[in-house]
Design a protein around this ligand. Structure first.
Ligand SMILES: Cc1cc2nc3c(=O)[nH]c(=O)nc-3n(C[C@H](O)[C@H](O)[C@H](O)COP(=O)(O)OP(=O)(O)OC[C@H]3O[C@@H](n4cnc5c(N)ncnc54)[C@H](O)[C@@H]3O)c2cc1C
Length: 502
């Protein structure tokens, strides 16, 4: 896009780590206002509006949150109203979307599941959510469409130097086991929870720049947590926990605790589950769910820029930092998914400066992601195939792929049986499996279930039922033998069991 020749290497699948394990909010972060992180909130809200209205409207959806206020807990009314006023102001949203203060009666009318005792009123406000893995993937696809070489399952294992500066990365293809080298004039380390590991590949003695904290989300069937609204609840130390209904399931999260283990095996544990159940139990009435009702869970690691180890995890600033190494590596650490575009722009500006190149102004602020771009005049039969799909399937494809839904439709057009759901009630159709392999670089069943369709949290029970059909299609497309196909299903089911019983 700005004249650089770029290669992007991902050790696992695209978005396999933090970027598929977030709260899925494209937001300013209301909770950062009391910490006076105004710049972060303002920039994030600007990015939210950009994504929602221009660059990714097919992926980023508005969501109305109900924020109940309880006496002696959470934000006080004054703080909440001031915070929401600033939030709307920074976002520059139309009047119809601005926050609204509510009495206790109005809050209960909107959400009868909330406990009435101690309820002092509340407010509604507008934010947005998105499928985090697909936003990440669309950025990767866009990079490839603009000429970058992109590879998943390609792990950087070390660097070699030329004249004191980093000259090449040693890379391992994790699927074939083969090694190769990528030469470059400049390296950018955006390895999330592993940024310090990559920095140590250059300088073994370098001091860490990040601190990891774990965030866990639980997924409940809607009938076990029949909330009507998306809710902002508070624990007894004023930490915010979101409750977000998505179709037939409800997402609840998150936690924020220091993490010192292996980042590759982060998962929810019983303490995380109990914490979230306690918050639900303190604020909701009726039969609140228990641990046995968890349908799925996921855990991610925040890579927070090191400030003070004694600060509570929730109060560590979330803004990103760029670090330059002696041998010419740029490390980017911290930040939010919401501000990914702005962070990338800063990194590229910095890289251009270091390379002594002009590059011009970044066009990403006004360039829609691939699924938000108008259709090229392509195969008319594909567009016709899309029209011919039943409205529910069409809606699923539109919301997942935007204008690229025609690519799935083109696959289905040749084989109408591929329009069938992968299992009863499953919100993914068979044709999507082939599309994920052919157009989106999916290599395993988990790539499809976890990152391409998010079925693991959007429809976890249906995902288990759909696994054999999806694996069978993958086996045919990728030439897997029977043993590989069975292993893929077994590993996926095992992962789902682990997610259900943390
Ligand atoms: C619980 C939780 C909730 C969150 N909620 C939100 C939210 O609602 N909204 C929001 O805006 N932000 C949220 N965030 C923050 C957001 O998810 C992160 O800022 C973002 O996903 C970080 O992306 P990243 O690319 O830096 O890290 P990652 O997504 O972790 O990507 C780093 C990648 O580097 C790869 N890698 C590591 N080592 C190597 C190597 N040697 N070679 C090649 N590749 C390597 C890894 O495999 C990994 O995929 C949340 C974070 C957490 C943990």
């Amino acid at each position: 896009m700005r004249g650089l020749a770029v290669a992007m290497l991902e050790a696992r699948d695209f978005a396999a780590e933090t970027s598929s394990r977030s709260s899925k909010l494209i937001h300013g972060g209301l909770r950062y206002l009391p910490q006076f992180q105004f710049r972060l909130v303002r920039n994030a809200l600007r990015e939210r509006e950009r994504l929602r209205r221009l660059t990714a409207p097919h992926l980023v959806r508005p969501v109305r949150f109900l924020f109940p206020l309880y006496r002696g807990r959470g934000f006080g009314r004054g703080r909440m109203v001031a915070g929401l006023f600033l939030y709307d102001l920074f976002a520059r949203i139309p009047r119809s979307e601005r926050h609204r203060s509510l009495s206790a009666e109005e809050v209960l009318e909107l959400e009868p599941m909330l406990a009435g005792e101690g309820l002092a009123g509340g407010a509604t406000y507008c934010d947005a959510w998105a499928d985090d893995a697909r936003i990440t993937l669309e950025n990767v696809l866009d990079a490839a469409l603009h000429g970058a070489a992109v590879a998943n399952y390609a792990s950087v294992e070390g660097f070699s130097r030329m004249g004191g500066r980093l000259g090449a990365a040693s890379v391992r293809d994790r699927l074939s086991g083969r090694g190769f080298e990528v030469r470059a004039r400049l390296f950018v380390n955006a390895a999330g929870p592993w940024v310090d590991d990559v920095r140590r590949m250059e300088d073994r003695a370098v001091a860490p720049c990040i601190r990891l904290t774990k965030g866990v989300h639980l997924v409940f069937p809607r009938e076990r947590l029949p909330v009507r609204e998306s809710l902002v609840l508070s624990d007894d130390r004023d930490r915010i926990v979101f409750v977000m209904p998505h179709g037939r399931y409800v997402l609840v999260g998150t936690t924020d605790t220091d993490f010192a283990g292996d980042p590759a095996v982060v998962a929810a544990d019983r303490g995380d589950v109990q914490y979230l159940l306690d918050v639900l139990g303190q604020t909701l009435r009726g039969a609140v769910p228990g641990a046995a009702d968890v349908a799925s869970s996921f855990a991610g690691l925040r890579a927070l820029v090191t400030t003070s180890a004694s600060r509570a995890p929730s109060s560590v600033p979330r803004e990103e930092v760029l670090l330059d190494s002696d041998a010419g590596m740029i490390t980017v650490a911290g930040g939010k998914l919401t501000t990914h575009r702005e962070i990338a722009e800063k990194v590229v500006n910095h890289a251009l400066k270091k390379l002594g190149r002009a590059g011009g102004k970044s066009p990403t602020a006004i360039t829609p992601l691939p699924g938000a771009r108008p259709l090229q005049a392509g195969d008319p039969s594909a567009a016709k195939a899309l029209q011919g799909l039943d409205p529910i399937t069409r809606e699923i494809l539109d919301s997942r792929y935007g204008s690229r839904a025609v690519r799935v439709a083109a696959i289905i057009a040749g084989h109408p049986a591929l329009a069938a759901p992968l299992a009863e009630g499953c919100s993914a159709v068979a044709g999507e499996v082939l599309h994920a392999i052919r157009d989106e670089m999916a290599c395993s069943l988990a790539d499809f279930m976890v990152r391409r369709t998010s079925l693991v949290w959007r429809a976890p029970l249906e995902a288990v039922a759909a696994a054999p059909a999806a694996a069978s299609l993958m086996a045919r497309e990728l030439g897997w033998d029977r043993a590989r196909e069975e292993a893929e299903v077994r590993d996926f089911i095992h992962d789902m069991q682990r997610r259900r019983s943390p």
